[in-house]
Design a protein around this ligand. Sequence first.
Ligand code: ADP
Ligand code: MG
Length: 369
Amino acid sequence: MTPTVTGAGVDLVEVSKIFKSGVKAVDSVSMAIEPGEFVTFLGPSGSGKTTTLNVIAGFSRPTSGQVRLGGVDVVGMPTHRRNLGMVFQSYALFPHMTVRANVAFGLERRGVGRREIARRADEALEMVRLAGYGDRRPEQLSGGQQQRVALARALVYRPPVLLMDEPLGALDRKLREQLQVEIARLHRELGTTFLFVTHDQEEALALSDRIALFDSGRVVQLGRPIDLYERPVSLFAAEFVGESNVFRGTLDPSGDLVAITGGAVRVPAVTPSAHREVAVVVRPERLTLSAADTGGGSAGASNAVTALVTDISYFGAFRRVGLRYADGGTGTVREDVERESDVSVGQAVTASWPVEHGIVVPVETKEAA
Ligand code: ADP
Ligand code: MG
């Protein structure tokens, strides 16, 4: 089935929100979200994700900036006229009503006819795979099922934009993963624009067309999951998304060599700029370990640094080896279990990687200060 795109675009133009307390929760955020896109707001607690979503929803009025839904300026428009679906971490279902009545609640208020209400409520329950549960009460459902009801209640109007704020935050890991699959399927089938908030980077990588990475009220990077993983713009971005091996050092004026503790590593040439203090980031699957302690340094197309193995854990298809480097920093290597392990805990090893897999990022000034 080809999905018909029914989503609406969402535009934020230099949106800021300063609370009366003086907290600048959102600091000049701009983004253009395409109709039907799945965009995730990712970032640590307190970085401004919920406030930005609340500004889009109309729960919070921006101090400055513009918000457009489907091209229409909505600042000042009340929430109920914005035609948005919303799902929060707490399901907030009415306990005394049946599941069907919960889903139908908003339709009744909108004056839809009774038979049409029942049909659309059941259709929405079918969408979230809860057909046949309409006569139950919320307390007779599991947490995951209750959150499906909340999804059905949001989708029953077929809103062009669905806002979700940490919708899976209250669920245990297994249920969370199941619902992630359901949410991805709903997005494909409905063509609705999904705006999803999470502080869980794996969830963001798994679900999103694009991720907006928040830090201190600002969007520090906006891109596809692969862009954030392979081309993080800062040490913060590199460390927040995915695991990293981080080597801090000083960029040589040549732009392709970084002096680190106990040696130097070659990097893909970068334009030397104001950022002399940099970090070289290497992802865990790019490193290869060898038992021989051949010393640090760089040779040819590959870098090698010494490290101490601190722990080894098995994860079915791969093995994760924890390392401590010469500068005291820690890191991890992800090894295919098919490959025979030749290192053990407590051993001095050499970790090497092809030069092209070293990602050079500036070290943020707030850390340097
Ligand atoms: P996140 O969803 O990323 O965890 P929030 O958007 O909830 O972050 O919060 C961003 C910042 O704004 C935080 O410092 C938070 O304490 C502050 N904040 C949120 N809501 C209010 C409010 N109603 N009044 C004052 N400060 C608030
Ligand atoms: Mg929040």
